[in-house]
Write a protein that binds this ligand. Structure first.
Ligand code: FES
Length: 589
């Protein structure tokens, strides 16, 4: 792994900006009554010097005992704090909404925008000049990034890092991916229920987030490629002492970013997103990154569309041999050279001008980045797969687009024609999937609707529907599946997901009937139901699907379904798109 770059060694704030222009002086500057109030209540062991022109840095912390992947962020915070103090700033912990992927119901995605909104407003409301954002579990980094973009204060992410690899009976276990695999083996009769439960205690070996190339790992690596993490840092395992060194450096860098006014809007460009998309394809990252990057671009006003993922990612080869697309786990990737070694292989595809949090181009950090274990990171010349970028499909089933992850799909299903077996909701699916009388075979196409942003609501990770038990017992391990929801980044299979518009708003998916022919052509970028245009237009949406569409009466869910946008634009709320900046609110004393 390349070493994180070093920030300046003196402990005085680097200055191209005067300390009197700091945002926080609007709270702490002056000796009038308001200055008195703002300072006095903060003086609880805080020296007077803290209020006299030192950058105030919020360390937004998503640590929570209900977010087990982020439980260790307190120690990361301590290292950031040391770095901030060393560079002359004042560190201030800001606990923010945390989303534990395995705990939060109905789906953490329902709360991503709420977490982003709450964090944005607390950053804006408080006397701070910049932020360090501590995240890890799937939605935490995306929500922090969206918040930082909309408040546009100098910001950077410190990722909490993946856990170490656990083993069960001599075999490495990948978090998430092996849960799907082992549960399918139980249902297929090749693994006992007792052994399945025994493997449970071996899976989570240490602190940190999931160790597959799931959404958490993907978002950490993609955020580094975007420029929002000190290069060479993302992917450092949570227990690795180098993570704390990187956190310390981030604290020092936070002060420099404030004094040079390095805000997200000053360096995150379309080129930054290009680099993120190239990284996403090369690592075989989670399809969830698409909705998160689109939402982030919307906050920044960067003109990014779903088609950019296909256009930019199309020629990028898969280089990283990690589950779910491959074999290894995040610990192995870090040891093999990490993201910088991967990006060095696709250097020619990167935007050479896109900057990172340290003010230097991302590509400048790639010199000397080396692949140490070719079995984990392949070279550009000998990739694991050509053209591994996420494919964007269109057709009469998805006029606004749908995604498929070729690196997770089965080669024999990349072109497929099969009869639809339609499920009106995830509950309908669970009720019928193992019915011995269900008319379904290996060539059928499983269609699940009612799982989009508004329909569920929250666009859950259910698109990778488990296969019918009777087909598993026959040895079938993949089938074409089509859904308006998402799928876990740890999942695999030939799954067409994020179908837009979703069925709940009258998308064509709502009109498909069991027995219709579904035609998938990933190379041709098509997903269609084989019906004449007039016949499809004349069909009414499924009544059962309409009934399954949730209509929350109040609270966040009400706000969410009234304002959430479709997947192809990032599923942000319409009134949260864009930025309000960091203007200081009115004084109320
Ligand atoms: Fe937190 Fe997987 S459950 S990263």
């Amino acid at each position: 792994m390349s070493e994180p770059r070093s920030t300046p060694s003196s402990n005085s704030a680097p200055s191209s900006r005067s300390t009197s222009s700091l945002r926080s002086t609007q709270w702490y500057g002056g000796d009038d009554r308001n200055g008195y109030i703002h300072r006095a209540w903060m003086r609880r062991g805080v020296p007077d010097s803290a209020f006299r022109g030192r950058p105030q840095i919020a360390i937004a912390n998503t640590a929570s005992q209900l977010t087990p992947c982020n439980m260790h962020l307190g120690e990361v915070l301590s290292a950031v704090r040391d770095g901030v103090l060393e560079a002359g700033g004042v560190p201030l912990e800001l606990p923010v909404v945390s989303l534990g992927e395995t705990n939060v119901r109905p789906t953490a995605m329902l709360w991503r925008n709420m977490a982003a909104m709450a964090t944005e407003e607390m950053l804006r409301a408080n006397p701070i000049d910049g932020t360090v954002l501590l995240g890890g579990c799937d939605k935490t980094i995306p929500s922090l990034l969206m918040a930082a973009a909309s408040v546009d204060l100098p910001s950077q992410v410190v990722p909490g890092g993946p856990m170490l690899t656990g083993h069960f009976r001599g075999v490495a276990l990948g978090c998430g991916t092996d849960v799907w695999r082992l549960s399918e083996e139980v249902r297929g009769g090749t693994l006992s229920q007792e052994d399945f439960v025994r493997s449970e205690s071996a899976m989570i070996r240490s602190k940190g987030h999931c160790n597959t190339m799931g959404t958490a790992s993907t978002m950490a690596l993609v955020t580094e490629a975007l420029g929002m993490i000190i290069p060479g840092t993302a992917g450092t395992p949570a227990p690795d002492s180098r993570l704390l060194v990187a956190a310390h450096e981030a604290g020092r860098l936070a002060v420099e970013m404030i004094m040079t006014d390095r805000r997200p809007s000053t360096f995150l460009t379309k080129g930054s997103f290009r680099n993120a998309i190239v990284a996403l394809a090369a690592i075989g990252g989670s399809s969830n990154a698409v909705v998160h990057l689109l939402a982030l671009a919307g906050r920044l006003g960067v003109d990014l569309t779903i088609d950019d993922f296909d256009r930019i990612g199309h020629d990028v080869p898969l280089l990283v041999n990690l589950q779910p697309a491959g074999r290894h786990l995040m610990d192995d990737l870090h040891r093999a050279g990490g993201l910088l070694a991967v990006l060095n292989e696709v250097r020619d595809l990167l935007d050479p001008d896109a900057l990172t949090v340290d003010g230097r181009p991302l590509v400048d950090h790639l010199d000397g980045a080396t692949i140490w274990e070719p079995d984990v990171i392949s070279s550009y010349a000998t990739p694991l797969q050509e053209r591994a970028g996420i494919a964007v499909l269109r057709g009469n089933l998805a006029p606004d687009g749908a995604l498929v992850k070729p690196s997770a799909a089965s080669p024999h299903l990349l072109r497929h024609r099969g009869r639809a077996v339609v499920f009106e909701s995830i509950e309908d699916f669970h009720a019928r999937i193992d019915d011995p009388d269900l008319e379904i075979d290996a060539d059928s196409v499983m269609v699940l609707r009612g799982c989009g942003p508004k329909g569920y609501p929250g666009m859950p990770e259910v698109s990778n529907m488990p296969l019918p038990r009777k087909l598993l017992e026959q040895g079938v391990r993949d089938m074409v599946r089509v859904c308006d929801g998402r799928m876990s980044g740890t999942a695999y299979g030939t799954v067409v997901l994020h179908v837009s518009p979703e069925s709940a708003v009258g998308g064509p998916l709502a009109k498909v009937r069991t027995g219709d022919w579904i035609v998938l052509d990933i190379e041709g970028r098509r997903i269609d139901v084989d019906l004449a245009e007039e016949e499809l237009a004349a069909r009414q949406p499924s009544e059962a699907a309409a009934q399954a569409y949730a209509q929350p009466a109040r609270g966040w869910e009400r706000l969410y379904v009234d304002h959430v946008q479709q997947a192809h634009t990032g599923a942000d709320l319409d009134f949260l798109v864009g930025s309000s900046g960091s203007a200081v609110g009115r004084e109320s004393h």
